[in-house]
Ligand binder design. Structure first.
Ligand SMILES: Nc1nc2c(ncn2[C@@H]2O[C@H](COP(=O)(O)OP(=O)(O)OP(=O)(O)O)[C@@H](O)[C@H]2O)c(=O)[nH]1
Ligand SMILES: [Zn+2]
Length: 330
């Protein structure tokens, strides 16, 4: 890392013989490891540098990195937290781990780790620069909800995630479209998971847009490749495992040392801009989506409630949305 040491990600490292005297982990993880001088766990995604009595190996680092393994591996220690002289590099490393969808844990300045690839904290700025996003292609796409839909795919130079928009009905600049920002949820969208409300919300949004199109209006579904609110599929499933141990959605993410909300909504604003949409009616119960889009220059003339019936498996998830994440749910 520019202005910092070589950092070896514990989850994906293949250098079996690597050892290091220090590890970079999240403040949340440091709090769980009961470090005396840990950073304030109020910012669970913040970096903390730790040293143990012995050098870390990949085998000993893994249970330190992964809270989902805590029940099976009573933790070793003690560890002590040390001052980080390369703080901005450490913050960037935590963010890179989130974007890569891996556990935010690294061996610092490892031996026998092989060749390192140089990265810089400013690489992250290029990654989140929405002006890099452009329309890659469009095609007619008949879907179950509407057989005259059109799909638009987007690409960005520094981001491999391919976001898409589905346009239902005839685009009409004189009329505000009904818009839904849907964040990827493989478990809910594809497998019919009952743990969340994503699948029914997606179907209902497409249905509402089809109804709108029948009465001369139109709709835009933005399908954002920000699985698990931006922490990735594997980390979301780790959070599910922690939820089964009793943590709610917010605390499960935080315990993993990840933000409970890490989606970047400016991406959605840029997609709307590229389609030629400035003013919308937004289907959501989440006031933070409204604020984030408004902040990115989209005019929201109306928030359309988008609440679906609950089930015994997602009742707690929805209650957490309402009680801890500020969703306007009845
Ligand atoms: N980390 C994490 N992500 C989850 C969990 N359950 C669902 N998700 C993700 O949450 C995202 C869905 O959120 P959305 O339906 O867009 O909505 P929202 O911000 O809650 O608000 P609405 O617009 O009102 O639906 C998807 O990316 C899911 O993968 C969970 O338990 N943990
Ligand atoms: Zn879901």
């Amino acid at each position: 890392m520019d202005n910092g040491p070589v950092l070896l990600p514990v989850e994906t490292a293949i250098a079996a013989d690597a050892t290091a005297s220090q590890m970079l982990i999240s403040a949340a993880r440091a709090a769980t490891l009961k470090l005396a001088n840990q950073r304030d766990a109020a910012e669970p995604h913040a970096p903390v540098l730790i040293r143990g009595a012995d050098s870390f190996t990949l085998n000993s680092a893994r249970p330190i990195a992964d809270p989902a393994l805590d029940l099976a591996n009573p933790l070793k220690g003690p560890f002590k937290a040390e001052k980080i002289e390369w703080h901005s590099a450490a913050v960037a490393a935590m963010e890179l781990a989130r974007i890569a969808g891996i556990l935010p844990a690294f061996m610092a300045d490892p031996e026998n780790a092989g060749e390192a690839e140089r990265v810089s904290a400013t690489d992250l700025d290029a990654w989140s620069d929405t002006s890099q996003i452009s329309i890659a292609t469009r095609a007619r796409l008949p879907v179950a909800a509407a057989d005259d839909a059109q799909i638009i795919a987007f690409r960005s130079a520094d981001d491999t995630r391919e976001h898409v928009a589905l346009i239902i009905g005839e685009q009409d600049s004189a009329r505000e479209p009904l818009v839904r920002l849907h964040s990827e949820c493989l478990t809910g969208d594809i497998l019919g998971s009952l743990k969340c409300d994503c699948g029914p919300q997606l179907d209902a949004a497409l249905g509402a847009m089809a109804d709108e199109a029948k009465s001369g209006g139109w709709g835009v579904l933005l399908y954002l490749r920000q699985e698990g609110r931006g922490i990735g599929l594997v980390n979301k499933l780790r959070a599910y495992q922690l939820q089964d141990q009793g943590f709610d959605t917010v605390d499960a993410n935080r315990r993993l040392g990840l933000p409970d909300e890490a989606r970047d909504f400016p991406v959605a604003a840029r997609m709307l801009e590229l389609i030629g949409v400035r003013s919308i009616r937004l289907m959501t119960n989440n006031p933070k989506k409204v604020d984030a889009l408004t902040g990115a220059g989209v005019i929201i003339s109306e928030r359309v409630q988008h609440q679906l019936p609950d089930n015994p498996h997602n009742r707690q998830y929805l209650a957490t949305k309402r009680d801890r994440s500020g969703h306007l749910l009845k």
